[in-house]
Ligand binder design. Structure first.
Ligand code: CP
Length: 311
């Protein structure tokens, strides 16, 4: 059984395979009419989201259906987990009920791995607390590939609330592995406290700074992250104001830093906080493209996990 719990579950060969399949799906005229539209015929995937989601939840649903499979949604509050059923038993029951995979988003960081331990069905982490969001990161990688930036010596700036971001945590594992230099930029309180265990060569690719000037100078891509107010113990208004004043991306930055070709954000965006609303329709804004990449990449991932193909 293959699981997708962390970026660490994907070696470089698998990532290349996912990029190649994701690219095929993305470039299809219509994601729903693809050569693998029957790949999951008769198969079911369970979706379990105990935290809010629009794009991850619906893009997994679209990805399953685009490959001909069916979706079962589980309402956590109405599941027997609230009566104390173990995660192992829950996974076994879902498999017995005909589910081949379970996509889970949960505030409890340990749940995806506890479900995977039973090895009854493929478990896909759709965001566990502040720990990881691997499918968002790999979808973003597809967006970089399709824009032609993966093949160059890419310098990418990650700006925003990295300290509370599971997307950032997945990117810290993923981007250095792909040879990308990352500058992480935020007010000191929102810089990551620790980085994942990477080789010293990979670690050298991640720099931390509180200076937006340093992060954006020479960067090709700026990936902004959501200010995650719901994860802040205290709503520090002066910190939010400082962020807007010193770090918000505005039109003037696109002129001041001509190397900057693409603006990304995993969403949902707090327009007017991370990014000025004036950039919403900029040709450099790739945020909606990231959403389509997310569907294509999740189709590729489902094909990898459930398609039974040899690599
Ligand atoms: N990027 C992301 O995870 O968005 P949702 O919370 O809408 O799924």
């Amino acid at each position: 059984m293959i699981h997708a719990l962390s970026i660490d579950d994907f070696d470089e060969r698998t990532l290349r395979l996912l990029l190649s399949w994701g690219k095929e799906y993305f470039e299809a005229e219509d994601l729903a009419h693809n050569p693998d539209a029957e790949l999951l015929a008769g198969r079911r995937v369970a979706l379990w989201f105990d935290e809010p989601s629009t794009r991850t939840s619906l893009s997994f649903e679209a990805a399953v259906k685009n490959l001909g499979g069916g979706v079962v949604r589980i309402d956590e509050k109405c599941s027997s987990a609230v009566k104390g059923e173990s995660w192992g038993d829950t996974a076994a029951v879902l498999a017995e009920l005909g589910c081949s995979a379970l996509v889970i988003r949960t505030s409890d960081a340990d749940v995806p791995s506890a479900l995977a331990e039973e090895d009854a069905l493929s478990v896909i982490n759709a965001g566990n607390g502040t720990v990881e969001h691997p499918t968002q990161a790999i979808g973003d990688l597809l967006c970089l590939e399709l824009s032609g930036y993966l093949s160059t010596h890419l310098k990418l700036a990650i700006v925003g609330d990295s300290a509370h971001s599971r997307v950032a945590n997945s990117h810290f594992r993923l981007l250095p592995k792909c040879g990308i230099d990352v500058t992480v930029c935020a007010p000191a309180a929102w810089l990551p406290g620790s980085l994942p265990s990477l080789s010293s060569r990979e670690k050298e690719r991640i720099q931390l700074t509180t200076s937006l000037e340093e992060a954006l100078s020479g960067a090709t891509v700026a990936m902004y992250l959501r200010v995650q107010k719901e994860r802040h113990a205290d709503n520090n208004i002066s910190l939010y104001e400082e962020f807007i004043e010193k770090y918000q991306l505005r039109s003037e930055h696109l002129s001041r830093y001509p190397s900057l070709k693409m603006v990304m954000h995993p969403g949902p965006v707090n327009w007017g906080i991370e990014i000025s609303p004036s950039l919403r329709n900029s040709p450099k804004c790739a945020i909606l493209r990231q959403v389509r990449c997310g569907v294509a990449m999740r189709m590729a991932l489902l094909r990898y996990l459930l398609g039974g193909e040899e690599e």
